[in-house]
Design a protein around this ligand. Structure first.
Ligand SMILES: N[C@@H](CCC(=O)N[C@@H](CS)C(=O)NCC(=O)O)C(=O)O
Length: 441
């Protein structure tokens, strides 16, 4: 059986777990999968020796292959267990395929700012409302899985103070508060990020009013991607969880639906709804909208277009600049062919702080709302773009696909620039080996 090493409170674990649960429900994974809570002992004595990394999620396949990063876990399982697919076929559904990858990228690498900031800001002493007690409780089992409740919380607080920098967030050099700054969030940019977050939530609320999932009546890659920010952080964490449930109840319901557990009222892919016929017998029908299918004829729901608009308006300029800055760095004497590059999403990679912080060579100017600031460049995002570029080429392989993709991209001011991805990536190609990223030019 597959084994997923994960935490309930981890962003990318939520994405991989919901995906595996969906495939297992359809009997696609053979014996299924076991969700293993990755304690510190497992991180140090199993994951680290096997793959060199303690990040979660990591998947161990039945024959012993290790896979990590949630996107690779999905690609790996889709290649081995294609039915039912979560990625619409590029040859017949190019628009839905492309939209799935775009939403996944937005969710993994842009919404991470909202989710990460909310968790740690509302854990700071003196901030109200405050969920530090909850946050310590959810981190504790990682360090003290068999401890009492208060022992678990105490262990988490030790981590928060000595590794994450919670006592002096403004001056933390490493840990989550340094990461938040390196991602471009501080007092001067906070309001702009919050406005971006609220706008996207309103768009999603409008979308889920009409559709149970992003593309209709069953989940796709984009749904599992969105569950990254929306489950462990924005749904489970107490302060953003309250906002989500009270302001965006349809998004909260979609979280339960896509997660596939305890979702009876939310209706999901793993349940039936019943009518009662004239003789009083229960008659089963599909519970989800659109008869449990993606929209026909490769249609993109009108309500999804604004979400793609956020990708092109906010995130694409940052990605385009990241490719330029990384290419410039890779062409400099500071970087040799094959050299290791920073790999992490949440914070500067240990050992690369000088490059990714304080105006280093792998930082750049970015805009959020009307504010300009600096943030770190993340080579992992360039790997995600390479993967997107391959998918995009497949979507454009036929004349019809090419025409349809161009028509979709023309709807967004900077949309057509996506077609230049192969060219833009030429000077900054990277290679990913487990969790590590290396220069490939
Ligand atoms: N891009 C990766 C991210 C994995 C990741 O950053 N995981 C976080 C938790 S959500 C983690 O393990 N952080 C602790 C560490 O890196 O040691 C993915 O898609 O899986």
């Amino acid at each position: 059986m597959y084994r997923l090493f994960s935490w309930e409170h981890s962003y990318f674990s939520g994405k991989a777990r919901a995906y595996l649960r969906y495939k297992a429900y359809h009997g696609a994974l053979g014996e299924g999968f076991e969700d293993v809570f990755a304690t510190r002992e497992i991180l140090e004595r199993v994951l680290k020796p096997a793959t060199g990394s303690q990040a979660v999620p990591q998947l161990l396949a039945p024959e012993g292959t290790w896979v990590q990063d949630s996107s690779e876990i999905i690609d790996f399982c889709e290649a081995r267990h294609p039915q039912p697919p979560v990625i619409p076929a590029p040859a017949t559904r190019p628009l839905q395929c492309l939209a799935s990858y775009l939403v996944e990228l937005l969710a993994d690498e842009w919404m991470v700012v909202y989710a990460f900031w909310e968790r740690w800001h509302y854990s700071l002493e003196g901030v109200e409302p405050n969920h530090e007690r909850f946050n310590a409780q959810q981190w504790g089992p990682l360090l003290a899985p068999t401890g009492s409740g208060s022992e678990r919380r105490a262990m988490a607080r030790f981590l928060f103070e000595h590794v994450f920098g919670i006592k002096d967030p403004d001056n933390a050099r490493i840990g989550v508060y340094a990461g938040i700054r390196d991602l471009g969030v501080h007092a001067g940019t906070r309001a702009a990020w919050e406005a971006s977050h609220a706008r996207l939530m309103e768009q999603l609320e409008a979308h889920f009013d009409q559709h149970d999932f992003l593309l209709g009546g069953r989940p796709s890659l984009g749904d599992f991607g969105l569950l990254g920010p929306l489950y462990a952080h924005l749904f489970r964490d107490a302060v953003p969880g309250f906002t989500l449930r009270t302001r965006y109840p349809l998004v909260a319901e979609w979280v339960e639906r896509t997660n596939g557990t305890n979702a009876l009222n939310a209706r999901s892919y793993n349940q039936k709804l019943y009518d009662v016929d004239e003789t009083g017998q229960l008659v089963a029908k599909c519970a989800t909208s659109h008869a449990g299918e993606w929209l026909p004829d490769d249609a993109i729901p009108e309500t999804l277009a604004p979400v793609l608009g956020v990708f092109f308006e906010e995130m694409w300029p940052v990605l385009a600049s990241s490719m330029e800055v990384l290419a410039h760095y890779m062409e400099s004497d500071a970087c040799k062919k094959g050299a290791e590059l920073p790999g992490k999403t949440f914070a500067a990679t240990p050992g690369f702080e000088a490059l990714q912080s304080d105006g280093g060579a792998l930082t750049h100017e970015f805009r959020i709302g009307e504010v300009r600031d600096r943030r770190m460049v993340l080579p992992y995002q360039v790997w995600m773009l390479q993967r997107l570029s391959d998918a995009l080429q497949a979507c454009r392989a036929t004349a019809e696909g090419e025409a349809r993709v161009s028509e979709l991209l023309d709807r967004f001011e900077r949309g057509p620039e996506l077609l230049e991805l192969p060219k833009r990536l030429e000077r900054c190609r990277v290679k990913k080996v487990q969790s590590r990223i290396f220069a490939d030019v």
